[in-house]
Design a protein around this ligand. Structure first.
Ligand SMILES: NC(=O)C1=CN([C@@H]2O[C@H](COP(=O)(O)OP(=O)(O)OC[C@H]3O[C@@H](n4cnc5c(N)ncnc54)[C@H](OP(=O)(O)O)[C@@H]3O)[C@@H](O)[C@H]2O)C=CC1
Ligand SMILES: O=C([O-])CC(=O)C(=O)O
Length: 265
């Protein structure tokens, strides 16, 4: 039976969180109440700025009795806040899916959903083609390769910064080559898509990943090639980044909005 959703908390009021908040405010659903969650130091000012109640502590958030929590805050929040939310029986929509590359956390979250019956919904985020990848799986998949390209400034604050001078890169430069386990863990703000691909396909270790700092583009480009018994497919997305965060594609926010709109309609 479909659950009634009247109260939603958005975890993380950054680029994605604000975008999702604005869209949800414009839905015409009666009685919809939205609250936010961010760091204690700015929770109050965010409440005034955005015109919503905000929390910075899990117990007060759960006392508000949300029907749905939308995570758009990052891996640390998935590790620390999502398990108690699920344990309390509250459904979670998760965009920082790369956090699930941590096997212990994956198990903890799995146990929480089984214990409470709460649902964890993983969104497709900035990538597409996951339905085809999942469908192809049962016939056998030979190879999954992902290549991600972003402009150099989108790699600021990542390990790429210690390997290259991102300010002077003048041609497309490979900053990472490895598997999806390594990419998801080393690039928690840029490689959640590789975890989504891994979980829909042949797993973290077998999914090949390349990431490129590309000064010739102003979009976040994701290319996925899958070869298997079914045949093969390639998909390429050229995503516009969100103005507030060049690392993040607008499509990631849209994928959350689509899932949430379906659940509240
Ligand atoms: N699946 C996908 O395709 C994609 C997934 N993502 C995921 O979504 C996340 C959010 O993206 P985006 O909105 O662009 O990122 P932003 O950095 O713009 O926003 C994240 C917000 O969450 C806050 N936050 C972080 N940790 C905590 C915490 N422990 N408690 C309270 N608030 C916290 C941040 O504050 P502060 O920065 O000050 O810590 C910030 O306000 C990314 O980190 C990434 O994991 C992003 C893009 C695509
Ligand atoms: O938004 C994107 O293009 C991809 C991204 O940051 C991620 O997967 O973490």
């Amino acid at each position: 039976m479909k659950k009634t959703i009247n109260k939603i908390v958005i975890l993380g009021l950054g680029a994605i969180g604000r975008k999702v908040l604005n869209t949800l405010k414009q839905t015409n659903k009666d009685n919809l109440q939205i609250a936010g969650f961010d760091h204690p130091a700015r929770s109050e000012s965010l409440s005034l700025e955005l015109g919503i109640p905000t929390f910075s502590n899990v117990d007060s958030m759960l006392n508000w009795q949300p029907d749905l929590v939308i995570e758009c805050a990052g891996h640390q929040v998935v590790a620390e806040i999502v398990p108690p939310v699920l344990n309390a029986g509250v459904d979670v929509v998760l965009v920082s899916v790369g956090a699930l590359s941590d096997h212990q956390l994956f198990q903890k979250i799995d146990e929480a959903t089984q214990h409470s019956g709460a649902e964890l919904v993983l969104v497709s985020g900035a990538i597409g083609g996951l339905d085809a990848l999942r469908a192809a799986r049962s016939a056998g998949i030979h190879r999954v390769t992902y290549t991600g390209r972003k402009p150099p400034h989108a790699w600021v604050g990542t390990p790429a910064e210690t390997l290259f001078d991102l300010n002077i890169i003048s041609q497309p430069t490979e900053i990472f080559s490895g598997n999806a386990l390594e990419s998801a863990q080393q690039y928690p703000k840029n490689a959640n898509v590789t975890a989504a691909v891994a979980m829909a396909g042949i797993g973290f270790e077998k999914t090949s990943v390349k990431m490129i700092a590309d000064p010739t583009i102003n979009k976040n480009v994701h290319e996925l090639t899958v070869v298997g018994e079914f045949g093969e497919f390639s998909i390429r997305l050229e995503n516009n980044p969100l103005p507030e965060n060049p690392k993040t594609s607008w499509l990631a926010a849209l994928s959350i909005e689509e899932v949430v709109k379906q659940r509240i309609s």
